[in-house]
Design a protein around this ligand. Structure first.
Ligand code: PGA
Length: 249
């Protein structure tokens, strides 16, 4: 039995402002029946952050941003800073989500800068790592993840008392319906935990992400090194998200 379970929902670019607000309003009801040991966080689009945060203010659900730039303000057209996310109620920020890394070519160095920027304004980064299908076939999972983690923590002094959250999201499992075998996820989580402790002296919270749904969530949560899940597609829909929350209770 875990003390705390993490249920994070990344709405990606699935929901426009009105749909985000409608889902947030429904979540207020869901939160009333949510057991106290579930830490639920949703990540709407930047456009909807403020409205969703305000709607969820009266609930136990927190809000995060899907991304943030490390510079506070300036001539960076199209970007949103971590400080701006904080100002509208975000408490968490995803850093290095696989879609950012692979569709938008974000490098390990940029992910590190994001982590730094997020921490500098007092928010909590959710650092996402994971190997591609090709890297997995070449038996490079450990190597890739160790490099991503080493780089993300390079010259970072982890603030005392700040929760350290990593999401292991194999790229081939994200948005594909091909969820990772739970025992393989557990194996990788153990490797991540060891590495993070040796780099920072902090025991991380590690979430699994990639095609999680109500039917498979317990297969992950029953493993000791899997503290929770980061859900994409199934979090952007009231029915599937409620089913996931229910399965976790
Ligand atoms: P998925 O996405 O649940 O749709 O596979 C996971 C994620 O992007 O965090």
């Amino acid at each position: 039995m875990k003390d705390k379970k993490y249920l994070f929902g990344n709405w990606k670019m699935y929901l426009d402002f009105d749909k985000s607000l409608a889902l947030a309003n429904s979540l207020v009801d869901i939160s009333k029946n949510l057991s106290q040991n579930i830490n639920m966080v949703v990540f709407p689009s930047a456009l909807a952050l403020r409205a969703v945060a305000q709607t969820l203010q009266s609930s136990s659900i927190s809000v995060g941003s899907q991304n943030a730039h490390w510079i506070e303000e300036g001539g960076y057209t199209g970007e949103v800073s971590a400080a701006m996310c904080k100002a509208v109620g975000a408490e968490y920020v995803l850093a290095g989500h696989s879609e950012r890394r692979h569709l938008f070519h974000e490098t390990n160095h940029e992910v590190r800068q994001r982590v730094d920027g997020i921490l500098s304004v007092g928010l909590t980064p959710v650092i996402c790592v994971g190997e591609t299908e090709h890297e997995k076939q070449e038996n490079k999972t450990e190597e890739v993840i160790e490099t991503q983690i080493r780089s993300a923590f390079h010259n970072i002094v982890w603030p005392e008392g700040k929760e350290l959250i990593i999401a292991y999201e194999p790229v081939w499992a994200v948005g594909t319906g091909l969820a990772c075998d739970p025992l393989e996820a557990e194996r990788v989580h153990e490797i991540i935990k060891k590495q993070v402790v040796s780099l920072t002296n902090v025991t991380p919270v590690i979430l699994y992400g990639g095609s999680v749904k109500a039917e498979n969530i317990l297969g992950y949560m029953n493993n000791p090194s899997i503290d929770g899940v980061l859900v994409g597609g199934a979090s952007a829909n009231l029915e599937s998200w409620s089913a996931i929350a229910k399965a976790l209770e």
